[in-house]
Write a protein that binds this ligand. Structure first.
Ligand code: F0G
Length: 350
């Protein structure tokens, strides 16, 4: 254990004898059970797959380790990505580990502070464009056509391959697939990857079923739900502020083949679940990560699906510490007192 995704799932990944095997400790993230919240929602079992426990604090590390290993195998010296923050942190870290030059292109002013700090600390070159993620992605896609740089966004198939390992872990731990998987949807690579993982495990006979895939976009950035490209996506969940997802088809396929849904949740619903997850379960995810729980709440409220016999896994895609601004903007109830026993006693109402 503690060996990383490449070693642990070697036989289920596109690894050859010449693929370098290394790890920053990605994968094997906790599956946290939440019985009190399950009761409140009305489902049989509820778990949170806390991907914030990956080395750079998001699920991206699972895919990045495979993409960077393959880039090394192919002799690449440089990697590049567009990002709302987490992909850039991950690319920068794995690039640093492997001694590759890394570049990231991010939407100026719309990336959480912690993610920017990570990219800078890992020594990547950060280019902030006056535009959104979709524009950044089309720029880097064009760049790699004419320059010898490896693109490590999830359009790189090795990213999806690595990310499917989270589905393997869930089945390995539960002993079967859950009935439902709730997951935030941005560029739609992760829902595509989980579905691939569940289907592969089922075909291998490691699970008897696959879950219903429930993907959730932010309401101001919901191209799949609305069936059209959103030119100027808006949401407090900056990680999923995406109007033209690269893996759109993959998400639709996951939804349709699993008999699931892709729906949207408002910023208000996202923030409410962001707080609930932290204060009722002790899991501090980032705002985008709370879209999965917000979606489950919405489903439960809607009453169209009987959840009472269902086991549900919500994916918490990234660590809340990455975005202290949103936390402090929405939770500011600090009581200030003089440094005196009585003052503190009074403040506590004792
Ligand atoms: N949650 C978090 C925390 C993310 O960072 C992302 C995507 C998603 C969910 C959505 O996953 O794109 O596979 O549908 N972040 C990308 C990035 C876009 O650049 O870091 P998806």
């Amino acid at each position: 254990m503690g060996t990383g995704v490449l070693k642990r799932y070697k036989d289920l990944l596109p690894i050859t004898p010449s693929t370098p095997i290394f790890s920053l400790g990605e994968g094997e993230t906790p599956l946290i059970t939440a019985p009190r919240l399950a009761e409140k929602i009305g489902c049989k079992e509820l778990y949170f797959k806390f991907e914030g426990c990956n080395p750079t604090g998001s699920f991206k590390d699972r895919g990045m380790v495979v993409a960077v290993a393959k880039a090394m195998e192919e002799g690449s010296k440089r990697i590049i990505c567009a990002s709302t923050g987490n992909t850039s942190a991950s690319a920068a870290a794995y690039g640093a580990y492997c001694g590759l030059e890394s570049w990231v292109v991010v939407p100026k002013g719309n990336i959480a502070m912690g993610k920017l700090a990570q990219a800078l600390m890992y020594g990547t070159r950060v280019i902030a464009i006056e535009g959104n993620f979709d524009e950044a992605l089309s720029i880097v896609r064009a760049l790699v056509k004419s320059s010898p740089i490896t693109l490590v966004n999830s359009v790189n198939p090795y990213r999806i391959e690595g990310q499917k390992t989270a589905a393997f872990e869930i089945v390995d731990e539960l002993g079967k697939a859950p009935d439902m998987l709730c997951i935030p949807v941005g560029n739609a690579g992760n829902i595509t990857a989980y579905w691939r993982g569940f289907v592969q495990y089922c075909k291998l006979g490691k699970s008897g079923s696959t879950p219903m895939m429930l993907g959730f976009e932010a309401a101001g950035a919901a191209p799949i739900v609305e069936g059209r490209v959103i030119e100027s996506p808006q949401t407090v969940a900056s990680a999923i502020r995406i109007g033209n997802p690269a893996s759109w088809q993959g998400a639709v396929q996951a939804r349709d083949e699993s008999g699931g849904i892709i729906d949207s949740v408002t910023d208000e619903e996202i923030l409410e679940s962001y707080h609930t997850l932290a204060s009722d379960v002790g899991v501090f995810g980032e705002p985008a990560s709370a879209a999965s729980l917000a979606g489950l709440f919405k489903l439960a409220r809607g009453g169209t699906m009987d959840l009472s016999s269902k086991s549900v896994v919500c994916v918490v895609t990234g660590m809340g510490l990455k975005d202290p601004d949103t936390a402090l903007k929405t939770r500011a109830d600090i009581i200030e007192t003089p440094a005196e026993l009585e003052a503190v006693r009074n403040a506590l109402g004792l």
